[in-house]
Write a protein that binds this ligand. Sequence first.
Ligand code: PMP
Length: 378
Amino acid sequence: MIALEKYFDHNSTTPLCEAAREAWLLMADEHWENPSSLYREAGLARRLLDDLREELAEELAVEDAERVVFTSGATEANNAVIHFWSQGPGMVAISSVEHPCVRAAAAGFFGRDRMIDIEVDPLTGQVNLDEVERIVAMGAQVEGVSVMAANNETGTIQPWDVVAELCREAGIPFHSDSTQWIGKEPGGGFSQIDFFTGSAHKFGGPKGVGFLVLPEDFDNCAFIGQLGGPQENGRRGGTEDLAGIAAMIAALKNSANTEDPEEAAARDQFEQALEEAGDFRIVGKRGPRLANTSMIILPHTRNLKWLTRLSDRGFGVSTGSACSAGAGNPSQVMMAMDLEYEEMSRVLRISGGPGQGKKEWMALFDAIQEVNLDLLEE
Ligand code: PMP
């Protein structure tokens, strides 16, 4: 097991927090019945599920708990929204830095010719709002607009609230993949937007559980995220994972859920040290970013070699999103950020987590320095 003080891949996944573990064990031990069964004990599981829906709604500042659909994670939730929109004849507008589970869903369900890319400014990583305005002016030709809250690779925070407002004025449905935001930043504002999604394992909950929030006063029959059962008020077939759901909510309550100035200061000190030490570049530094994330371009040598050497020293970092890494394709996010093809092979993504302050970040800096010297000497 990797040592937590050296784990810098929190955007990929996080360890299960104690509160989530306790909640999971309690439900799995004592309320394992199927909430859809009809005997008394299953009825209790059903009531607990209803309570948990209320609790999550409250955490997300969503007034009507019926808007919440529990899912197997953000991939399923995002796919479901894009699939739902694709039943209309129009186009879908998607930012060029969306996670593959949004972009691939759009390409798959709409087809490339019905997809509009919303470009980002390579310096800030943020979507171009003039472009969004042009897209929403297309009105009913657009089935929906999707712009994530925060990017998993660069940490860039998108002006999702502004995009949501532009869409609202134009009467176009808006979706925000808020997977990297929820649990890290204050979450309340999402309740105002139509569709948003989250995933438990990004904030100390278990893998394989997440949620989708639907629009207010949404027609119950309009949306079916997964066919095959009456669960989730007919919106998603499949036996509910009561233990996972309880653990997710315990984790969310336990998560910082607020901006941590110390965390940003530690990350900034790390980045400054790197920039002073040599030819390291920080991607998207000019724009607002999550306090825990740093995407760097290394001065030389393929990233995998750095990753392996850092791993030898006990550190866990990433070469980019786990979902596109290894696929042999250049990352869509890196392309959108205008990186040269060769530079893409020199990218490292560092993402810290709770409890990692200046000491831990500077220990990573020291390890990077050591690897740098080793590689230069070879
Ligand atoms: N969206 C974003 C922004 C993500 O970072 C991830 C996880 N890498 C997902 C969606 C997919 O989440 P899950 O693992 O719950 O399917």
